[in-house]
Every structure is written in C-alpha cells, then in structure tokens.
Write a protein that binds this ligand. Structure first.
Ligand code: NAD
Length: 394
C-alpha cells in the first residue's frame, strides 16, 4: 500500500500560452496530478498561486485521495495548479488562462475521468469558464466535468457554505462527545474567509456562542458573543474583521486561538498551532477547518493535555461532499432543493464523524496514545486497500 500511495498514478505538466492585455505572450506552467483511481474518478481542486510547486501538488492530491476515501465518496484523489498570481491578471487574462488550462489537459479530464473544483485562487467564475471550454471541445454540455460552478451553470447553491457548514456539524458532534452537549459552549474562529465565516455562522445557528473571530487585520473578542451575520457583513463590506463595531480588538490574528473558550477552530492556514504556541491554547476541543493547521508535534502536546483534535480530513470535507452531490445531480440532469442537499450533507458528515469516533474509541482500548487523526487515516486507508485488493493490484 505504501508503494502504491507514495507515488501518483499520473503527473501532467503543461505550458499554457496567454496573450496579455499589453500584447506580450506569457507562458504559464500548469500541472494536474492524478494520484489514485482505486475508488473512482480523480477529484480535487485547481490552485492558482505564485508559489505552487509540483511537489505541493502531489502532496495535495494525496490528501484528496485520503479525504475522499474517508468521506465514503466514489472518488480517487487529484489536484491541479498553475504557477500564477491571479490577482495580477485582468479578468480577460484570467479567462484566457482558465480556458488554456482546460485545452492543455482536455484528453485527461472528463466527468468520469477527472473532475476538478476550485481551490485557493480559483472560484465559481473560473469553473464556469472551464466547464464552457470543456463542453465546447467535447461538442456537448458536460456539467458534471467540473464542480462548484455558479448556479446558472448547474452549480449547487449549498457549495458556497458547504465547508463551513460541515465544520459546524463536526464541531457539534465532537462537542456532544467531549462536553456532553453543545448549547451555550463558547467558540473562537481563526480566519474569517469562506471556511471560517460559514463555520461561525452555522455553529451559532446550532447554539454555540461565538466569542472571538480573526483575520489578517487582527482579532475581535467579545465574551458576551459576536453577532456573526453582522460580522460577515462588516468583513465583506470593509475587508477587515476588526471594523466590527463592538468587542475588544487585539492586534495578533492568532489571538483568537488563545482566548478562554471551550472550542477553537483554526480555519485560516496550515501550521498555526505549533510547538511554540500550543501552551497558549485553553480550549479542550480543536476543530481543524483549515488543511494542516496543527503540526504533528503540537498535536502530540495537546493530546498529553487531554485536548481533542478533530482532524482536517474529517472536519473540512463538507466542500468535496457537496461537490459530489452537485456531480450526481449533473450526471442525471436532476435537481434537489437547497434544503434537501444540505440535509444530505449533514447526514454524510454526521455518519462520517460517528465512524471515526467509533474507530477512535476502539483504538484507544489497545493504544491509549491513539488520536482521532489515527482513526480517520486508518478508515481512509482501509477503504482504499480493500478496493486495491479487489482489483488485484496487491
Ligand atoms: P479564504 O482565503 O477564503 O480565507 C482565509 C482567511 O484567513 C482570510 O479571512 C484571511 O484574512 C485569514 N487569515 C490568513 N492568515 C491568517 C492568520 N495568520 N490569522 C488569522 N487569519 C488569517 O480561504 P478558505 O477557503 O476559507 O480556506 C481556509 C483554509 O480552509 C485553507 O487551509 C483551505 O485549504 C481550507 N479548506 C477550504 C475549503 C473551501 O471549500 N473553501 C475546503 C477544504 C479546506
């Protein structure tokens, strides 16, 4: 299994020509990594970022193989990237790049082959250009070939808040097991972008009291509770969370991790809870909305203090789960209501959580140092191994 999973099945490197607005020709470097197809078509986002490397893309594709397996989806893992700073492109240049990426990779994409979605630096607008380009090359509309598209192009309206909603369900499920309930528990959220905003919003609807939020502008702390809807409005209108009109303002964006709360959600970036700062965390429960926010060394220290960490591949899977639900609808040209789709997402998140928790309890009986992450990885790897064996690869 290690030999199979330690190398991607296929790596494609492409050169994408774009005629810039000033007449220059620029060639962008792009990748698509198709990591493992044992469980189904490859699935994973496309990242537009100035620092992406092929090695990063391989690592991210590997994480997708594990996340898709753990979520019980009929997908293998994939990931794509273009080495570019999308903020420096005009809208026309961005469209040319998005369409060029699809033209370069057309032979290895497709609704039953490899189904991309957005990632850092890409969004539903980019998916719209990509699905249009793909459909033109194919000669028919192929909505299921990309997910997280705008609603006008067969996108699912739940997708925009799916990751945060899934995080909130995971937070509630974990709180019930760790604290015996969730009503009135305090929550602090670091990072107030797509994941953090919707995590805070849905958790507050579920009865948590959100007392701290942060972004790169700083932290807002209000022990009486933050009005999350108002905070989202302020963040979207002014770009800064610290413009929220009440509460205490702290300069350090990481302060949200350190306030005296029951649950903390690192929803911003990787490597936020480390050996240097883990002692400052007062919460008994950490729910990883971001990918890789806790270093393995810090997780061990938190474990020694009795802190439970809900791992990223479980907590933030809501996005890919709704991408799957969008894909199923698109393949059948069928439509579920927003409420129906959200109910399906909630059920899948709850069942996944229950599976991981049961495995975690079982592991702890023989190995007291086992973590929820160990349990999640074991389930994910077992499912891939069963498929690999059934196929006769092992
Ligand atoms: P985003 O760009 O929408 O938001 C990131 C937020 O974090 C911004 O508000 C930014 O100001 C803030 N931030 C950056 N550095 C910070 C710091 N040091 N302290 C506090 N805040 C900081 O990104 P996103 O889509 O919300 O992604 C966040 C994380 O969630 C990433 O790790 C991403 O891989 C992961 N994730 C996102 C999705 C999704 O569907 N959006 C799905 C799975 C995982």
């Amino acid at each position: 299994m290690y030999k199979i999973l330690s190398r991607p099945e296929r790596v494609i490197s492409v050169s994408i020509p774009v005629k810039m607005d000033d007449g220059r020709l620029e060639i962008y470097e792009g990748f698509r990594v198709q990591h493992c197809s044992a469980l189904g078509p490859y699935k994973g986002g496309i990242r537009f970022h100035p620092q992406v490397t092929l090695e990063d893309d391989i690592a991210l594709a590997t994480i997708m193989t594990l996340k898709n397996s753990l979520a019980g989806l009929p997908y293998g893992g994939g990931k794509g990237a273009v080495n570019v700073d999308p903020k420096k492109l005009s809208e026309r240049e961005l469209e040319q790049l998005s369409r060029g990426y699809v033209r370069a990779l057309y032979p290895v994409l497709g609704e039953l082959v490899d189904v991309p979605a957005p990632d850092v630096g890409t969004d539903p607008r980019v998916m719209a250009w990509m699905v249009d380009e793909y459909s033109k090359l194919l000669g028919r509309n192929a909505p299921a070939s990309f997910t997280a598209k705008p609603p006008q192009l067969w996108g699912c309206p739940v997708r925009v808040y799916a990751t945060g909603f899934g995080c909130a369900v995971a937070t509630r499920e974990a709180a019930e097991r760790v604290f015996g309930g969730s009503k009135g528990l305090t929550l602090a959220v670091q990072g107030f972008g797509n994941t953090g905003q919707w995590h805070a919003y849905w958790a507050s609807k579920m009865g948590f009291k959100v007392v701290a939020i942060s972004d790169t502008s700083g932290t807002v702390y209000d022990p009486n509770g933050i009005d999350v809807e108002k905070a989202i409005k302020v963040k979207n209108e002014t770009g800064k969370v610290v413009n929220y009109p009440s509460g205490e303002k702290l300069d350090d964006p990481k302060s949200a991790l350190y306030v005296d709360v029951d649950v903390v959600a690192p929803d911003a970036l990787e490597n936020q809870i480390t050996l240097e700062n883990h002692r400052l965390i007062k919460a008994k429960l950490v729910v990883e909305g971001a990918n890789g926010p806790t270093t393995p060394e810090a997780e061990l220290e938190l474990f020694k203090r009795g802190v439970t960490v809900v791992p990223d591949i479980l907590a933030n899977a809501g996005g890919v789960v709704v991408s799957y639900l969008e894909w199923v609808q698109n393949l059948q040209w069928y439509w579920w209501s927003e409420e129906e789709t959200r109910a399906k997402l909630e059920r899948i998140m709850r069942e996944n959580f229950e599976r991981v928790w049961t495995k975690f309890e079982e592991l702890k009986r023989n190995k007291p140092e086992a973590t929820m992450r160990d349990a999640a990885l074991l389930i994910a790897l077992q499912r891939i191994q069963d498929a690999v064996r059934a196929r006769g690869w092992l």
